[in-house]
Design a protein around this ligand. Structure first.
Ligand SMILES: O=P(O)(O)OC[C@H]1O[C@H](O[C@H]2O[C@H](CO)[C@@H](O)[C@H](O)[C@H]2O)[C@H](O)[C@@H](O)[C@@H]1O
Length: 279
C-alpha cells in the first residue's frame, strides 16, 4: 500500500518513503495501554510492542514515547526494546544514546518524597509513586479522598518554592520540575534528526498531553485525543484499543495522513473543532 501525502506537509528527502514525512509522539497511560487500578498493573501487549517496533522502522526512527512515567520505568515496560522517550512530563528526554535531564534532584525534594511515603506508605487508599525527580499521589483506589489528596499536594508544592509545579491527571496529582512539559519535550525532539523538518503527530489522553497538543497544533501537525472531554486536539480516537488498532494498521503500511482542520489561534480548549479526518 502506498503512503498518503498531503500537499502542505514538509517533503521527505528524494527517494525516502512518504512515511518519512511524519514524526510520531505517543503518550503511554490511557493511550497505548488501558488505565489500570494501580500504576504497576498496566500491561503492554506483545502485539502492540511488535507493531511499535515495525512502525518506528517505517518512520525512519522518528517515533518517541512522551510520558509522565520516568525513563527507567518506560524502558522496563517496553523491554527488550528501548525507544526514544521523554519521561516525567518532559523533565527527562532521551534521543538515541543522548539523555537530557531538565533538573537535578535537590535534597529538600527527596526529603519531601520520604515524608510523603512515611505519611501515606501504609495507606490502602492513597498511593505514593516515587519517580525520582517527580512524585505522584494517586487516589484511584479511594476516589472519595481526592480533595484531601489534592490539598496535601498543593500545600507541598507551595512549600517547595518556585522550582516545582503541580500536574493534574487522572485520579492523580503529581509534583514535577516547573520547566517540564510535554510541549517542551516534543519541541526538543523536533529540533533534532530524524524528527527535524517532519510533520509531528501526537496522540494522548490526559491533561498533561494538552501542552504537547498546543505545540504540535502550532507546528501544523496532527493532534489526536483519546476518549471524551474537552481538548485542544484536532481529532479523536475513542479508546486505547482504537489507538492500538491504528498503530497496527500504520505498522502494516496503511497510509499515515490526515486532512488538517483549521484551528483558530484564539480557540480555547472548549471551542476547538475536532473535525480533522484521519486517513
Ligand atoms: O503521560 P502518561 O504516560 O499518560 O502518564 C501519566 C501518568 O500515568 C500513570 O498514572 C495513570 O495510570 C495509572 C495506571 O493505569 C492509573 O492507575 C492512574 O490512576 C493514572 O493517573 C502513572 O502512574 C503516572 O506516573 C504518570 O505520570
Amino acid at each position: 500500500m502506498t503512503d498518503s501525502l498531503q500537499p502542505d506537509l514538509p517533503g521527505p528527502d528524494a527517494g525516502s518513503p512518504a512515511s518519512h514525512r511524519f514524526a510520531l509522539f505517543l503518550d503511554f497511560d490511557g493511550t497505548l495501554v488501558d488505565i489500570a487500578e494501580r500504576p504497576d498493573a498496566v500491561v503492554l501487549d506483545p502485539a502492540t510492542l511488535d507493531a511499535l517496533v515495525r512502525l518506528q522502522h517505517r518512520l525512519g526512527g522518528a517515533l518517541a514515547i512522551v510520558s509522565g512515567r520516568n525513563l527507567a520505568t518506560l524502558d522496563a515496560l517496553f523491554a527488550p526494546f528501548r525507544f526514544d522517550a521523554s519521561g516525567l512530563h518532559g523533565a527527562e528526554c532521551r534521543l538515541g544514546e543522548r539523555t537530557h535531564f531538565e533538573h537535578g534532584v535537590p535534597t529538600h525534594f527527596r526529603r519531601m518524597v520520604d515524608d510523603l511515603k512515611h505519611r501515606f506508605g501504609a495507606d490502602t487508599g492513597l498511593l505514593v509513586e516515587d519517580k525520582g525527580k517527580a512524585v505522584s499521589l494517586h487516589w484511584r483506589l479511594a476516589p472519595e479522598r481526592a480533595e484531601d489528596a489534592l490539598a496535601a499536594m498543593t500545600a507541598i508544592v507551595a512549600d517547595l518554592g518556585g522550582a516545582y509545579r503541580l500536574q493534574h491527571g487522572k485520579a492523580v496529582a503529581e509534583i514535577v520540575p516547573v520547566g517540564a512539559s510535554k510541549g517542551v519535550a516534543i519541541s526538543r525532539f523536533l529540533a533534532e534528526p530524524p524528527y527535524r523538518d517532519r510533520c509531528p503527530v501526537f496522540i494522548g489522553d490526559d491533561l498533561t498531553d494538552e501542552h504537547g497538543f498546543e505545540v504540535v497544533n502550532a507546528r501544523g501537525g496532527l493532534t489526536i485525543h483519546v476518549g471524551a472531554g474537552p481538548t485542544r486536539a484536532q481529532a479523536r480516537l475513542a479508546s486505547p484499543a482504537e489507538v492500538r488498532a491504528r498503530i497496527a494498521r500504520w505498522a502494516d503500511g496503511e497510509p499515515i495522513g490526515f486532512v488538517p482542520a483549521k484551528v483558530p489561534a484564539s480557540s480555547t480548549a472548549a471551542t476547538v473543532p475536532t473535525t480533522t479526518e484521519l486517513l
